[in-house]
Design a protein around this ligand. Structure first.
Ligand SMILES: *Cc1c(COP(=O)(O)O)cnc(C)c1O
Length: 498
């Protein structure tokens, strides 16, 4: 299987090359030349498999240049009991009211980014060897909070790699910040950037597309790569858990083979839900993919109207990992929905860059609406939903998951759709303890986020996840804050080039 670019369909590289370079030289995103088909018999066979076996099966369809032994090695290094709290890796929890939650937060950082970022470093490290690369790979990450820590955990001390994480000074929680600035490992660096996530992300993109800078790095034996959700190696492991969730429902006789189900996905960069779209296109019986946003509802408007318009006030919400106005992975959906029209996709992305806005054709609008439904909700609605679900089901969810649940309730009311539905749950409630506590308790007695973990543990009758429990006593290692135009200097300093 070869990989093309969303901005040049004549590009043809192996998956190892796509994973190694992250972004195509033309600025486009890599995607597979065709979508492999998985028939119902194969889906049925997944039901009796472990998560790792399911992962190998799905990954192997795309990463055809990896050997069976290589895939086994990657999968087993990523998904194991040392790193994940449960053998199931991505369990499906059914609440009393008959709603399913696909819990993607049992990994080392208690959020869904682990699902991809535990395996990406191993895929990348093998990709480097397979392509005969001798330079050291430097991973640059712009993070809205969860990605940073998950990438640091995934890459720490992986041979032949360095990792530098930039997080926005505004818009990550105290705990997210503490997780990053206490990171151990001899190949890691962390810096705050003045501004919001889009500032950090556009700064990283600028470094990536700077030819002169990358030539200088190459002369010094370094090459840049990305662990952001634009890397194909991030996206492909996410397809696995859609199949896995379906297989679990089959196994538990909640559905019959071939029954369609809905997924509701709390969405930011559009990576998670795009993986769901791939799963559907591969033959997984999916009815609707419901795209849930917070008040940064640029995707809700896009799916409703076909106009993508980022010219609006950026809002800092209680679901910060979805505080995003440019959803990078949408570009892949546009490429698929135009049947690979790289010229059109390039033009829209150019308009987005220059005017912050573009409108797709009626055909594309229609194609997207066949699968996607969108909705959004406010912080107040998010908190009310956490309280309702806790009261009715004794199930405590985090703010991102709650956005999805609220949008699902609105969807059900509006459409009467009774299709069995999986809410994709993207973070442990402990990761956003202050908001969650304020939803389920009238009065909070804690005075900092760390006390809140204990208070939430009492209120929710659940143990604090291990990676968060010992955070407060960890020493702070990284204290840098830089301006957006100082991000180059941070990179150069880390590589001893300054
Ligand atoms: C990253 C993240 C999201 C958004 O996922 P995308 O793939 O960017 O759409 C949602 N919830 C949490 C907790 C996240 O960390």
């Amino acid at each position: 299987m070869q990989f093309k670019s969303t901005r040049d369909k004549n590009v043809a590289v192996t998956s190892a090359m796509a994973i190694k370079t992250g972004l195509s030289p033309d600025g486009g995103l890599f995607l597979p030349e065709s979508i492999p088909y998985v028939d119902l018999n194969t889906i049925e066979s997944l039901a009796s498999m472990s998560y790792n076996e399911r992962a190998k099966k799905i990954l192997g369809l795309f990463l055809t240049d990896f050997t069976d032994a290589e895939l086994t090695d990657c999968v087993n290094r990523a998904y194991n009991r040392e790193k994940f709290e449960t053998d199931e890796i991505a369990p499906v929890y059914k609440t009393v009211d008959g709603v399913y939650y696909l819990e993607l937060w049992h990994g080392p950082t208690c959020a869904f980014k682990d699902m991809a970022l535990q395996i990406l470093p191993h895929l990348l490290s093998k990709s480097i060897k397979k392509t005969g690369e001798t330079k050291e790979v430097v991973i640059l990450v712009a993070t809205s909070g969860d990605t940073g820590k998950a990438a640091l955990e995934g890459f720490k001390d992986v041979d032949g790699t360095r990792i530098i994480v930039f997080y926005p000074a505004e818009g990550v929680s105290d705990i997210q910040k503490r997780q990053m600035i206490t990171q151990e490992g001899n190949n890691v660096d962390v810096s705050a950037v003045v501004g919001n996530f889009d500032d950090a992300q556009s700064g990283v993109k600028k470094i990536f597309t700077d030819k002169e800078y990358s030539e200088m790095l190459a002369r010094n034996g370094f090459m840049l790569s990305s662990a952001n959700s634009i890397n194909w190696g991030r996206l492909v492991p996410q397809i696995v858990y859609y199949f896995s969730a379906y297989a679990n429902l089959l196994k538990n006789k909640e559905i019959n083979l071939g029954d369609k189900i809905n997924f509701v996905v709390p969405t930011g960069n559009f990576g998670n839900i795009l993986a769901g779209y791939y799963a559907k296109e591969m033959g997984l019986p999916v009815n609707k993919l419901i795209c849930a946003s917070n008040e940064n509802n640029v995707l809700t408007d896009f799916i409703d109207t076909g106009v993508y318009d980022r010219n609006r006030q950026f809002k800092t919400t209680i679901s910060p990992s979805m505080d995003i106005l440019i959803s990078s992975n949408l570009e892949r959906l546009l490429f698929i929905a135009t049947n690979g029209d790289d010229v059109k996709v390039s033009a829209w992305m150019e308009e987005l860059k220059n005017e912050g806005k573009y409108e797709v054709t009626d055909e594309v609008k229609k194609k997207i609406k066949e699968t996607f439904v969108a909705g959004c909700c406010s912080d107040a609605e998010t908190l009310a939903e956490i309280k309702n679900v806790e009261a009715d089901n004794s199930y405590v969810m985090d703010t991102h998951t709650a956005v999805a649940k609220k949008v699902y309730e609105d969807y059900k009311k509006a459409t009467g759709d009774e299709t069995k539905t999986v809410i994709v749950s993207t973070a442990s409630p402990f990761k956003f303890a202050d908001s969650v506590l304020s939803a389920i308790k009238d009065e909070i007695t804690s005075t900092n986020e760390f006390q809140m973990l204990a208070e939430l543990s009492d209120a929710a009758n659940a143990a604090i996840p291990k990676p968060l429990a010992n955070l407060e006593s960890k020493p702070v290692i990284f204290t840098t804050t830089c301006e957006k135009d100082e991000m180059y200097d941070v990179v150069s300093q880390m590589l001893n080039l300054a």
